[in-house]
Design a protein around this ligand. Sequence first.
Ligand SMILES: [Zn+2]
Length: 174
Amino acid sequence: MNDLDGAHDLVPDLVVALIGFRQWRLTGGMLTSVYDGADWTAGRLTARCARGHEVPAKDCSCGVYAYYDPCPRTASAATPDLIGGAVVVWGRIEAHIYGMRGEHARIVAVELPLSRGRKRRAVIETAELLGVPAVTHRSLKAVALEHGAVLQPALRPKKTVTRAANVWSRYGPV
Ligand SMILES: [Zn+2]
C-alpha cells in the first residue's frame, strides 16, 4: 500500500489476534467499562454502535478500546475499584496512535493491585470466575503475548484524524 494517508484505515488481513491493555471498574462482582459502562462481566465483549453500522467505523467512536501498552502500574492503584488487564482483540480493527478500536475482545489476564487486602481478593476472585490468570504488572505483557501479537508499529498511524482521536488524547480509562 503506497497511500500513507490510508495508514489509519482498518488494519488489513491479520491472521492472529492482537493484544491490548485496558482498565475496568470492578464493583460488587460486576466488571464494566470505565468509559461507557459496557458490561464486561462475562470476560468478553462484542462492540455495537447505536448508529447501526459495522464496528468500528472511521468517522465514529464505537468499538472496544485497548491500548498497545500496559496502563501504568499506578493507574489503578489510587481507586478501590479500577483494575487493569490484558485483552485480545479481533475482527474489524482500527488503529490509532496509542491504541485500537476493535470489534471483539476477550480478557486474557487481569493485573494484581499493588495493595493487599480486599481489592486484591476481589481481583483474584474475578480472575477465577473468568478463568484467566491474575498476574503482576511486570508479567502482564508476557502473559498477554501467549494469546496474540502486538500490532506492529508500522501499522499504527503517526497521527489520528478520526473522531475517536478525542478519546485517546489523554491517557485515560477506556
Ligand atoms: Zn459507530
